[in-house]
Design a protein around this ligand. Structure first.
Ligand code: FAD
Length: 383
């Protein structure tokens, strides 16, 4: 594995750094307090090409490899995890899944809008009664002529209130001769689909997280993504790559924690010298630095495996598990360096900790990642 970035990768990382400094950093506290990122940012993310990374230019994508995608994701996570999550879901879970599983017609219908930022996508898997055990979902899609009639409720859906298209997972086995869970691309304006914003989140407060209720929503059969009954495979393939994206966002959080801790430690004075002179403060900082490097290397390895067409799902779970726990540790250590000032939102580290915390929960909790890794190592499923 070559750890040198190519010229193109270095350029895209610089582009992301500049974008974050110009379009995101000045607004982070305001968006967090208002519980909403400025929606016009989505268009800007599309214009700069960040919503089309790894997607073919033929469908409006901006190409590039998965390492470039990780670099941009890391920088966005360093700037504001809410923004990072908007991209990870709309591009990472939705557009990339359409690019992989979609028919020519579906790609032409959705990809140019998603990659340009004209459309926002959301990923509807979790339900009130099924989170970790997603395969037991209860939302049903019953065939009626050339359509499916969908009923059910989806919970905690990132981008849910903003979305134009829902990548929805529903059970199709209520119709005789039909089976399993299937994936559908459902326009969010479909009659019978209502959305409610979930307020009061601990972190990622700038994201439009929603509950989606589907009551007799009619979806054309042509909106099914991938083969009937293979919806769970579609979801798992999306999440395998999605976990790399979460891991890259966590590297960004940990790096932001390191930058903030070093800056503060070299400015703040106690006992007649900067706190960087105190060995126990250096311990906090060096622990963060090691977490940053380890999380980044695990994440880049996943990108490298994907780009070389090799199996990557277990490595993606390892990266997500480690990087999410590392981001929580790093943000918590940085908060300690800041002392009482870390506890108020005028300083950046409290938000880093709040944002990091959910990374150990979504796209599979840390316990679920351990079961994925354990199954791969032992051949025994302990779910
Ligand atoms: P549960 O599954 O009820 O788990 C509760 C606890 O039990 C956890 O500690 C878990 O690790 C543990 N547990 C469960 N089963 C086992 C087991 N077999 N062995 C050991 N421990 C176990 N979902 C989407 O579909 N789309 C989204 O865009 C999306 N965005 C989200 C955004 C936010 C801010 C949040 C909070 C959640 C989001 N989710 C989304 C849902 C998320 O993926 C789920 O919350 C997550 O999978 C956990 O499910 P749960 O909350 O139902 O917890």
């Amino acid at each position: 594995m070559n750890l040198e970035l190519s010229e193109e990768q270095a350029a895209v990382r610089q582009l992301a750094k500049d974008f974050v400094a110009r379009e995101i950093a000045p607004h982070v506290v305001e968006w967090d307090r208002a519980e909403s990122v400025d929606r016009s940012l989505v268009k800007k993310l599309g214009e700069v090409g960040f919503l089309g990374l790894t997607v073919d230019e033929e469908y409006g994508g901006s190409g590039g490899d998965h390492l470039a995608y990780c670099l941009v994701t890391e920088e966005l996570g360093r700037g504001d995890s809410s923004v990072r999550g908007i991209v990870s879901v709309s591009l990472g879970l939705v557009a990339k899944t359409i690019a992989h599983w979609g028919s020519e017609e579906q790609k032409r219908q959705w990809l140019p809008g998603l990659t340009s930022g004209e459309y926002v996508g959301c990923f509807g898997l979790t339900e009130p009664g099924t989170g970790s055990d997603a395969g037991s979902l209860a939302t049903s899609a019953v065939r009626d002529g050339d359509e499916y009639v969908v009923n059910g409720t989806k919970m905690f859906i990132t981008n849910g209130t903003w979305a134009d298209v829902v990548l929805l997972f529903a059970r199709t086995n209520d119709t005789p001769g039909h089976q399993g869970v299937s994936a559908f691309l459902v326009p969010a304006t479909s009659p019978g689909l209502t959305r409610r914003t979930v307020h009061g989140k601990l972190g990622l407060r700038g994201q439009a997280t929603a509950e989606l209720v589907l009551e007799d929503v009619r979806v054309p059969a042509s909106a099914m993504l991938g083969p009937e009954g293979k919806g769970f495979a579609v979801a798992m393939s999306a999440l395998a790559k999605g976990r790399m994206s979460v891991a890259a966002g966590c590297v960004g959080i940990a790096q932001a924690a390191l930058d903030a801790a070093v800056r503060y430690a070299t400015e703040r004075e106690q006992f007649g010298r900067t706190i960087a002179h105190h060995q126990l403060v250096q311990e906090l900082i060096s622990d963060i630095a090691v977490d940053v490097d380890a999380a980044r290397l695990l994440t880049w390895r996943v990108a490298d495996l994907i780009d070389r067409g090799l199996p990557f799902a277990t490595e993606s779970s390892k990266a997500k598990l480690f990087a999410s726990e590392a981001a929580v540790r790093a943000a918590n250590n940085a908060l300690q360096v800041f002392g009482g000032y870390g506890y108020i939102d005028e300083y950046p580290v409290g938000k880093l900790l709040r944002d990091a915390r959910v990374m150990t929960l979504y796209e599979g909790t840390s316990q679920i990642q351990k079961l994925v890794i354990g199954r791969a190592l032992t051949g025994v499923s302990a779910f």
